[in-house]
Design a protein around this ligand. Structure first.
Ligand code: MOS
Length: 759
C-alpha cells in the first residue's frame, strides 16, 4: 500500500492513505506517555493486595522507608487530599471512583494498598517488596453464576407489546442462556503516568483515549481548578476502551509528585493490567425467541446479568441492539447487575454490542435450525424497515446487502445444511454467520487550522489517535480543501493545550472531527482569499475574494466562465503565469505582513440537531466464518472470516479496513481463546500474563476479507461518514460458534470454545 500513489485533491477522501504518523512510530521517534523524561524524575511502584476481600489489619513500612533511595511510602491515611469523582456519563469520571487508599478495605485482589516512590525503579521495587501487610481476609465472591446472590429487580430497559404472551403462543420458540467471560484489555502499550508539577499546575503524561475528559476528572480528583491541569497523550499504543478514563496509578503519580515536588513516573505492568485497569465484564444472557412456523419473529426477550465490582456500577449494555436489529412486535430487554470481588469493569471494544449480539445472534442461529430454515433467509425475512425501538426511520441501513454480499463472498449457496456434511482436504468444514450493529452519532468537537508562513498547514485538536488513523484523517481534510501536499501538513493531537476535541471512544471521532476540521480549513482559506484580494501589492488586489480559490496551496483565480465579470485585479491580469500557477499562500501572508492565518471550526452535536434527532443512526454489518474441523486429531481452525460492513462513507480505506481486520481477530480471540480466570479462593486473576492469557496471534489468523458498502449517510455529516472500529468485533463470535456447530454438532453457549467442549 505504501508504494501506491495516493489520489490528490478532493479524491484523497475515501482513498487508502498510509498513516502520516506511521514513520514516527516505526522509527521510534513517537513519544508515548512513559517515554517522557524529566530532570529529577523518580519512580513509583504500587503494592497490590494479596487477598480478594477483607481489610488491612496492619501495614508496616518502617523497613521499606529506610531502604536506599526511598523517598516516600504512601498508603491509607498517607496520600494527601484526593477525591472521588461523581459517576456520570458526560465528561466521564474515574471508572474506579474510590480514590486509592481511601479506607483500609480490600474489594478485589490486586487492589493498590501502598505505593513506594524511590530514586530508581529498582529501589522502588525492592522497597515495595519489603512492606509488611497483614490482612483480615474474607472469602472473595467471584462466583461464576451471576444469578447467584442477586436479589435486586431486573430493570426493564426496553419493552413493547406483550412478549410473554407472544412467547407462550408462539409455535416455535428458543430459550437459551449464553455466557461470556471476563476479558482483559491487552493493548501493546500498557497504562502509565508521568506527573509533573510546576507550582500550582500539573502536567499528566497519561496514556489516554480522552485527554480533555482526563483533565476534568483529574482536576476533581486532585481538588484543583481544571485550568491548572494539562494532560498529554500524543501517541498511544492503542486503547480499546480501557483508556477512556484515568486509573488509580494516575492519582498515585500525581499525589506523590505533589508531596515530593519531583516528577513521578508510575507504570502499570502486564500483570496489573489484569486487575487494576478495567476489563470487559462477565455476562450471562437468556434469550427467548418466538416465531411463526414460516420464520417470522413474534417475540424477543433478552434478559441479562452483567458483572461489576463491589465499588462501582458499571453496566455492560448487552441489549442495546436488540430493540432495532429485527422487526418484532413483542419485545423486552432487562438488565441485572451482579457485584463481585473483581476490579471495576469498563468498556472494551464494542461494549454491550459484542457480548449482546453474541447472545442474540446465537439465538437467531439456533432458531434457524429449529425452523429448518437457512439462517441468512431467516434474517432477511425479519429485516426492520425502521427502528421499532424508537419508531424513527434509520438514517441509512444496508444490513440486508451486508448479508447477501457476505453470503455471496463466502460461497454460502454451496453450503449443505447437514451437520458435518461439508468436507475439504479430509477436514470437515462448517459455515456460520453473525450480524453486527453499532450506534452512530456526531459528538461535539473543535479543531483549528493555521496557514503558516513556512508554507505548512497546522491542524490542531485535543482528540487522540489511538492507532485508528485520526492524524491522517485531519491531514486528508486539510489536503482536500487546500491542495497542500500531505508532507507539508502538520497535525497536533493529544494535548489539552489544543482546542477541545472528542474522546476516542464509541467509534465517533471520525464523524465528530470531519465537520470541525472542514469548517476550520474552509474558513482559513476564505480569510486567505480575502487577504489576497484586499492587500495592496498582491497581484490579486482588487479582485473579489469569491473569484479566487486555492489549489495546490496556491491562490489562483477560479476558472472563469464566459460572460462573468472580470476576475482579477489590474496588476494580476498582466501576468499569464499567475493564471497558471497562482501565488503560494505563504507568499500572500508575506505580502500582507501576516504571521499566519488561522480559523477554528466546531462540530454541532447530532443530539442538538433537529434533523438528526429525527433519525435512528446506526452502522450495520455481517461476519461469515468458516471453520475446519479435524476430529481425528481434535483440531479446530477458523479458516476464513468474510466481513461486509455498512459504516457510511469511508474516509480512509486503509485504516478503516484495518479496524475491521483487527476487530475480527479480537472476535476470534473472544470465541476461542480469551478468558480472565479468577482463583475462587483468593480472587486472583491466575492467568494474568501473556504466557497464560491467550490472545489471537498471527499464527491463529484465518483468511480475512473485509468489504465496505460505502453508502454515505449524510444525516451524520456532509461526508456521510459514520465511525468504524468497535462494530467489527460484533457478530464474530456467533458466526464462529455457528460454524463450529455446523461442523461438529456441538453448540457451545459459554465462551471461549474449549477443545474439550468438542470431544
Ligand atoms: Mo471504545 S470501547 O469506546 O474505546
Amino acid at each position: 500500500m505504501a508504494t501506491a500513489r495516493i489520489p490528490q485533491g478532493a479524491d484523497i477522501i475515501g482513498a487508502a492513505v498510509p498513516r502520516i504518523d506511521g514513520p514516527l512510530k516505526t522509527t521510534g521517534v513517537a513519544r508515548y506517555s512513559l517515554d517522557h523524561h524529566f530532570p529529577n524524575l523518580v519512580h513509583g511502584v504500587p503494592v497490590q493486595a494479596t487477598i480478594g476481600r477483607g481489610r488491612i489489619r496492619s501495614l508496616d513500612a518502617s523497613a521499606a522507608e529506610k531502604m536506599p533511595g526511598v523517598l516516600l511510602v504512601m498508603h491509607h491515611g498517607k496520600i494527601g487530599n484526593v477525591y472521588r469523582t461523581f459517576p456520570r456519563q458526560q465528561d466521564g469520571s474515574m471508572a474506579e471512583t474510590r480514590p486509592p487508599f481511601e479506607d483500609d478495605k480490600i474489594y478485589y485482589w490486586g487492589q493498590y494498598v501502598a505505593a513506594v516512590i524511590a530514586e530508581t525503579l529498582e529501589q522502588a521495587k525492592a522497597a515495595a517488596a519489603a512492606i509488611k501487610i497483614e490482612y483480615d481476609a474474607e472469602s472473595p465472591d467471584v462466583r461464576h453464576d451471576l444469578s447467584a446472590g442477586y436479589e435486586g429487580p431486573h430493570d426493564s430497559s426496553w419493552k413493547r407489546g406483550d412478549p410473554d404472551k407472544a412467547l407462550s403462543e408462539a409455535p416455535v420458540t428458543i430459550d437459551q442462556t449464553y455466557v461470556t467471560p471476563v476479558e482483559t484489555h491487552n493493548p501493546m502499550e500498557m497504562h502509565g503516568t508521568v506527573a509533573v508539577w510546576d507550582g500550582e499546575n500539573i502536567t499528566l503524561y497519561d496514556s489516554s483515549q480522552g485527554v480533555v475528559s482526563h483533565r476534568t476528572i483529574m482536576s476533581e480528583v486532585l481538588g484543583i481548578p481544571r485550568e491548572n491541569v494539562r494532560t498529554v497523550s500524543r501517541f498511544i499504543g492503542s486503547g480499546f476502551g480501557g483508556k477512556l478514563s484515568p486509573w488509580p496509578q494516575c492519582t498515585l503519580a500525581a499525589a506523590a509528585a505533589r508531596q515530593l515536588n519531583r516528577p513521578v513516573k508510575i507504570s502499570v505492568d502486564r500483570r496489573m493490567m489484569f486487575s487494576n485497569v478495567g476489563h470487559r465484564p462477565r455476562t450471562q444472557q437468556r434469550i427467548r425467541l418466538g416465531a411463526t412456523k414460516d420464520g417470522k419473529l413474534t417475540a424477543i426477550r433478552h434478559d441479562f446479568y452483567t458483572q461489576t465490582s463491589q465499588l462501582d456500577d458499571f453496566v455492560e449494555h448487552c441489549g442495546e441492539q436488540t430493540p432495532f436489529l429485527y422487526s418484532c412486535p413483542n419485545l423486552e430487554v432487562t438488565t441485572a447487575l451482579t457485584h463481585r470481588n473483581v476490579g471495576t469493569p469498563c468498556p472494551m471494544r464494542g461494549p454491550g454490542a459484542v457480548p449482546g449480539l453474541y447472545a442474540l445472534e446465537s439465538g437467531i442461529n439456533e432458531l434457524a435450525w429449529k425452523l429448518n430454515m437457512d439462517p441468512v433467509e431467516l434474517r432477511l425475512k425479519n429485516d426492520a424497515d425502521h427502528d421499532e425501538g424508537t419508531n424513527k426511520p434509520f438514517s441509512s441501513r444496508h444490513w440486508k446487502e451486508c448479508l447477501t454480499t457476505g453470503a455471496e463472498k463466502i460461497g454460502w449457496s454451496k453450503r449443505t445444511p447437514g451437520i458435518g456434511s461439508m468436507r475439504r482436504d479430509g477436514k470437515i468444514i462448517g459455515l456460520g454467520l453473525g450480524s453486527a450493529s453499532w450506534s452512530a452519532a456526531r459528538i461535539p468537537a473543535t479543531a483549528s487550522v493555521e496557514l503558516c508562513p513556512n508554507g505548512r498547514v497546522c491542524v490542531r485538536s485535543a482528540t487522540q489517535d489511538i492507532g485508528t488513523g485520526t492524524y491522517t484523517l485531519f491531514a486528508q481534510v486539510a489536503h482536500a480543501k487546500t491542495g497542500v501536499p500531505l508532507d507539508r501538513i502538520d497535525v497536533f493531537l493529544g494535548d489539552t493545550n489544543l482546542p477541545d476535541g472528542p474522546t476516542s471512544g464509541g467509534s465517533m471521532v471520525t464523524s465528530a472531527i470531519l465537520p470541525a476540521a472542514t469548517t476550520a480549513v474552509n474558513q482559513a482559506v476564505d480569510r486567505l482569499l480575502h487577504v489576497a484580494a484586499l492587500t495592496p501589492g498582491s497581484p490579486f488586489h482588487g479582485s473579489k475574494p469569491d473569484h479566487l480559490t486555492i489549489a495546490q496551496g496556491r491562490v489562483v483565480p477560479k476558472p472563469q466562465e464566459p460572460g462573468q465579470p472580470k476576475v482579477v485585479g489590474a496588476s494580476y491580469s498582466a501576468s499569464a503565469d499567475l493564471t497558471a500557477n497562482g501565488v503560494p499562500f505563504e507568499e500572500v501572508l508575506r505580502m500582507a505582513n501576516l504571521s499566519s492565518i488561522s480559523a477554528t471550526g466546531r462540530t454541532f452535536p447530532s443530539f442538538e440537531d433537529p434533523k438528526a434527532k429525527q433519525y435512528s443512526m446506526h452502522s450495520f454489518g455481517a461476519h461469515f466464518a468458516e471453520v475446519e474441523w479435524d476430529p481425528e486429531i481434535v483440531r479446530l481452525r477458523v479458516s476464513r472470516i468474510v466481513s461486509v460492513f455498512d459504516c457510511g462513507k469511508i474516509i480512509n480505506m486503509g485504516p478503516a479496513k484495518n479496524q475491521i481486520l483487527g476487530a475480527a481477530i479480537m472476535g476470534l480471540g473472544m470465541s476461542l481463546l480469551e478468558e480472565t480466570v479468577y482463583d475462587p479462593r483468593t480472587g486472583q486473576p491466575i492467568n494474568g500474563s501473556f504466557a497464560d492469557y491467550l490472545v489471537a496471534t498471527c499464527a491463529d489468523l484465518p483468511d480475512l476479507d473485509v468489504t465496505y458498502l460505502d453508502y454515505p449517510d449524510t444525516i451524520v455529516n456532509e461526508y456521510g461518514a459514520r465511525g468504524v472500529g468497535e462494530i467489527g468485533m460484533a457478530g464474530v463470535a456467533p458466526a464462529i460458534t455457528e460454524a463450529v456447530y455446523h461442523a461438529t454438532g456441538v453448540r457451545v453457549r459459554e465462551l471461549p470454545i474449549r477443545i474439550e467442549d468438542l470431544l
